[in-house]
Design a protein around this ligand. Structure first.
Ligand code: FYN
Ligand code: ADP
Length: 601
């Protein structure tokens, strides 16, 4: 098929103009556009100005053209990191983050991030070039042959393929709507190589594009559901609010704060909801988590699922007698997904709608029911929480004040805690096992959507992708607190950080291994134990290799100096923070999820 006939065959039925193009003698004088430009125009029309990706066949020229058309194109070293960048950009901005990859292996590399985005309810679109449909479908062995659409479907919220240039507008519009409306998620958009070069009449092309109106429509909760939730809340003797990352995503911070403060109910932030209200807020019960979960009688979940992170709403965590026993709590659940309620335990008052609308409806109902006379929770509940919380805070302060040699997680993170306090707008990226768990409980957050971490899957590898996107999207300083193991999954992207000269300060809490560096090979053979890395590795040299600043810190004072310098200079910086290799426990605080053989040798 020559190009003209190909164009006609591909676009002809969808567009009269493409057919016309093949038939006219003065086709050269006709203003044409092509797939490349229509995709770019469609994205720009919808306010999407950044692409995270990795060039190669068949999307190399697309990345060039996108940049030429004024889009920011951030190229990565591995698609998974580009995908993670797109996902967190979506979380931070409400616009779907775009990840662009090549076909088959590049697509698969990006797919992990897409699945993670879907799991975390982050809006993202993975756009992958793909090989020739006719060959793929007959399995004739094309370059990077793969039925990508079929593979993406079960892992994405939605998946689409565009075959005709005239359908690009619809394809992009559908992808955007699917990503951000309702419960956000990852969307796959398959663009076969031939689509990019397809031409059509420019005016018809322009007309075919869609500017999506109201991509994430508000979903107003029913009044009777609001009343039911309110009645349950009023009946509580020991109420608790759990704020999840859905609440952080919703960007309705002032109303959420008003609801918490108006009701006087203690709240527990899930990891990525830290900072939605400042962690130092007097109603925060984060420092007495076990107590409040086990003792609360009515729990209002705001954008948080009763999944493993909340022990499925039952069992000992919730005061149940045994592993799967219900603890006796009643639940109110605010969520945009009507299917979420009852997924693990009975939800007595589901409140379905977007969090902004639900929270403001609750506030309005509280004001009209009780006005200024809303009764705060019983004093004995608040006092019991406050006592435990202050005891735990004091204990933590004591631990953080120690200055052991060698440095450990606590003494290193005491520095990070001060740095974030002094720089509350900085984004904190965090992954690892112990490096994650200790950072979560030691480092207070003061602003919403600043803590970006391993999320629902507890996945390793988000680090540098999140760090790059956070810096690009927010323009703020990024501080990435990384376990040495976690860093390895995306470490090559320090080149990307240097290439774009981003204000990212990576701190590697280096204890020489997965969890810690002390395991030994029980056979006495030459291989080290599976969890052990090269001892004394100098990750800082990796950053220096690309022109960034490398620092080696063995004391909290050295760590503080290097972090302060990184923030002052905004230079790409990597600090190799050497900590006690015996520090850390297997799997951090989720040891119970990691089966151990009971059989002795
Ligand atoms: C919390 N705590 C504090 C503070 N904040 N004490 C003092 N000061 C402060 N500021 C207390 C809190 O009350 C808990 O004690 C304890 O510290 C731990 O708090 P955390 O981290 O909130 O609670 P916990 O039990 O660890 O939370 C469960 C979890 C969490 C599953 C939600 O562990 C989590 O998000 N895990 C993600 C793990 C993960 O994804 N790992 C990556 C894979 S690792 P008590 O009240 O006494 O309990 C692969 O190997
Ligand atoms: P966490 O891990 O912090 O507990 P989850 O990811 O489990 O949070 O839960 C987030 C929940 O928030 C999901 O059930 C999702 O449907 C919901 N959600 C996301 N965005 C919104 C929104 N704008 N309005 C209402 N619910 C939302």
């Amino acid at each position: 098929m020559d190009t003209a006939t190909d164009t006609k065959a591909a676009a002809g039925t969808a567009s009269e103009n493409a057919g016309h193009l093949g038939a006219t003698t003065d086709a050269q004088s006709q203003e044409l556009t092509d797939g490349f430009h229509l995709i770019i125009d469609a994205l720009k029309l919808n306010g999407i100005d950044t692409i995270f990706g990795l060039p190669g066949i068949p999307i190399t020229d697309f990345t060039r053209k996108a940049q030429a058309e004024g889009m920011r194109v951030i190229s990565f070293r591995h698609e998974q990191n580009a995908g993670n960048a797109a996902a967190i950009a979506g979380f931070m901005t409400h616009k779907p983050g775009i990840c662009l990859t090549v076909s088959a292996p590049g697509f698969l590399n990006g797919l992990t991030a897409l699945a993670n985005a879907t799991t975390n309810c982050f809006p993202m679109i993975l756009i992958s070039g793909s090989s020739e449909r006719e060959i793929v479908d007959l399995q004739q062995g094309d370059y990077e042959e793969m039925d990508q659409l079929a593979i993406a479907k079960p892992l994405a919220k939605a998946a689409f393929r565009v075959l005709h240039a005239a359908d690009i507008g619809v394809g992009i519009a559908r992808a955007i709507r699917a990503a951000v409306s309702g419960r956000p998620g990852g969307v796959y958009l398959d663009l076969p190589a031939k689509l990019f070069g397809q031409t059509m009449d420019a005016e018809a092309g322009r007309k075919s594009l869609i500017k999506v109106v109201d991509p994430a429509p508000r979903q107003i909760p029913a009044q009777d559901a609001v009343q039911r939730a309110l009645e349950l809340l009023k009946s509580a003797k020991r109420p608790l609010i759990v704020l999840g990352k859905g609440a952080a995503y919703a960007q309705t911070d002032a109303d959420i704060r008003a609801l918490v403060e108006k009701t006087g109910i203690p709240y527990l932030p899930m990891s990525m909801a830290k900072g939605l209200l400042p962690d130092t807020h007097e109603q925060s019960a984060a420092a007495t988590r076990s107590y409040v979960l086990a003792e609360a009688d009515v729990v209002m979940l705001v954008g948080a699922r009763l999944n493993w992170l909340l022990s499925h709403g039952k069992g000992k965590t919730w005061g149940g007698k045994a592993h799967k026993d219900w603890g006796g709590q009643k639940f109110i659940q605010i969520d945009i997904s009507p299917q979420e309620a009852d997924s693990n335990v009975r939800i007595d008052a589901p409140l379905v709608g977007d969090i902004g609308s639900c929270v403001s409806a609750l506030l309005a109902a509280i004001n009209s029911n009780a006005g200024p006379n809303w009764a705060k929770p019983p004093a004995d509940w608040l006092t019991a929480i406050a006592e435990r919380k202050h005891k735990n805070l004091a204990k933590m302060a004591e631990t953080l004040a120690r200055d052991p040699t060698p440095m450990n997680f606590h003494s290193a993170l005491a520095v990070v805690r001060d740095i974030i306090k002094a720089n509350p707008d900085a984004c904190l990226v965090n992954e690892g096992a112990n490096a994650l768990d200790f950072t979560r409980s030691i480092v207070d957050m003061y602003r919403p959507r600043k803590r970006l971490d391993v999320g629902t899957w507890g996945v390793m590898g988000i680090g540098m992708g999140f760090a790059v996107a956070a810096a690009v999207v927010s323009g703020e300083q990024v501080i990435a607190i990384e376990g040495d193991s976690a860093f390895g999954f995306s470490g090559m992207e320090v080149e990307t950080v240097c290439r774009y000269n981003l204000p990212v300060c990576v701190v590697i809490l280096n204890n020489n291994g997965v969890y810690r560096g002390t395991d030994v090979n029980p056979t006495g053979g030459p291989d080290v134990a599976p969890t052990v890395f090269v001892k004394g590795a100098r990750y800082d040299k990796l950053m220096e290799a690309f022109g960034g600043v490398g620092a080696h810190a063995t004391t909290p004072a050295e760590l503080r100096k290097s972090m302060e310098e990184a923030i002052r200079s905004r230079q790409p910086t990597l600090i190799n923070a050497v900590i006690d290799e015996t520090a850390g426990t297997e799997s951090g605080r989720i040891t119970s999820l990691n089966p151990q053989s009971a059989k002795k040798k």
